[in-house]
Design a protein around this ligand. Structure first.
Ligand SMILES: [Zn+2]
Length: 372
């Protein structure tokens, strides 16, 4: 709000028909005109009602509106980036992409209201400040709203243990390097399940059924923000207490099995081993043909800054290396190329069928071959 002063004396008004903005301005004018200096009381406030841009600012601002239909169910890659980077920035960047001009409607209303008071110039002059005001006062939280609408997607913690199953080779009897019994014992030991526990049988069935693959514990994404502390000092331990799905999954061949277990076990925390199931090239959802929320009734682990009490060590997940490799194949494909070694036929162009022996499909660009 600007205050306008005018000078009481009629002669003064004749000399200056523009009103003064400040007392100082009026006094300065009078001095310049070599009039006797009036005391400040000699100046009369003639108007207080000249509005500024600040008078048109809304008290409540909500820039991002999230429809109940909007969710992150198909954004597992971005969600995985948040998990891997221990930061919500990848989602923030998506929000910037999805809503490129969220202040549009507020600006329209403000401009209209200011125009009615003849303050269009004031609007143009202060547009940057108006924008800053809107962003500073925004109370909406689109990431939170989108996460709330999102399905309880499955996340797993890879325990860095590879279950070794049966091997086959041409003209050889199938063989294994570790007996099934030893594999079951190894897995039970990692999970803290004793031989006399009722759960032993379930675990044994699952390990034998799966044959080979990586040992993981699955849980639902009920609270993504509990897994991300946005800090260079990451969590030190992860504790699974409650009911979880435990699986042995072969992500390369696309096989495995899962069972339900009651656990109370703590591990050192290795961020690279925390992975959205959907990011696997052959995920448990693909293998079993289940819904993406199949984990929704299980518990979530608790992450802590305290060092784990046990001295178990966790090797880095081989799935995380596989996910990186797949991302590289994907990027090459999107850039117009393809990679020899990428067995996903959808990431090659112009693939044709070759009838000569050995028959199969060939990519004319990189030479990748899929035998029949
Ligand atoms: Zn190719």
């Amino acid at each position: 709000m600007k205050t306008i002063y005018n000078v009481l004396n009629a002669e003064d008004i004749q000399l200056n028909d523009e009103p003064f903005n400040t007392e100082e301005e009026a006094i300065k004018f009078k001095e310049e005109q070599e009039f006797v200096l009036f005391p400040p009381e000699g100046l009369q406030i003639v108007s207080e009602e000249v509005k500024t841009w600040e008078d048109f600012m809304p008290t409540y601002v909500s820039l991002y509106y999230v429809d109940y239909n909007s969710d992150l169910d198909h954004e597992t890659k971005t969600l995985q980036e948040c998990l891997s980077q221990n930061s919500m920035c990848p989602l923030d960047e998506k929000i910037w992409d999805w809503w490129d001009f969220p202040e549009e409607y507020y600006l329209k209303d403000i401009l209209e209201a200011m125009r009615q008071e003849g303050l269009e110039c004031e609007y143009d002059e202060h547009l940057d400040e108006i924008r800053d005001y809107l962003y500073e006062h925004d109370t909406s939280d689109p990431i939170h709203d989108l996460l709330r609408n999102t399905t309880s997607l499955a996340i797993y913690y890879d325990l860095g243990y590879q279950v070794d199953g049966w091997h086959e080779a041409f003209l050889c009897e199938p063989w294994r390097n570790t007996s099934e019994e030893d594999e079951v014992s190894n897995v039970a030991k990692i999970l803290g399940i004793s031989r006399d526990s009722k759960q032993w049988k379930d675990l044994e069935t699952m390990v034998c059924q799966a044959d080979s693959g990586e040992l993981r514990i699955y849980f639902p994404m009920d609270d993504l923000e509990a897994l991300i502390n946005n800090d260079v000092n990451d969590f030190k331990s992860i504790r699974f207490k409650g009911r979880f799905a435990v699986g042995v999954i072969d992500v390369v061949r696309g096989g495995g099995d899962v069972c339900e277990l009651d656990l109370d076990v703590e591990f050192p925390f290795v961020r690279a081993n925390l992975i959205f199931s959907d990011c696997d090239h052959y995920s448990w959802e693909d293998i079993a043909g289940t819904y993406t929320d199949w984990c929704k009734n299980y518990h979530m682990p608790v992450l802590s800054m305290d060092e784990p009490k046990s001295d178990i060590e966790i090797a880095e997940s081989s799935s995380s290396a596989e996910i990186k490799r797949q991302a590289q194949y994907e990027a090459t494909y999107r850039a117009g190329g393809c990679t020899l070694g990428d067995t996903d036929i959808r990431r090659h162009r112009g693939v044709y069928y070759r009838n000569d022996f050995p028959c199969g499909s060939v990519c004319p660009h990189c030479g990748q071959f899929w035998i029949d």
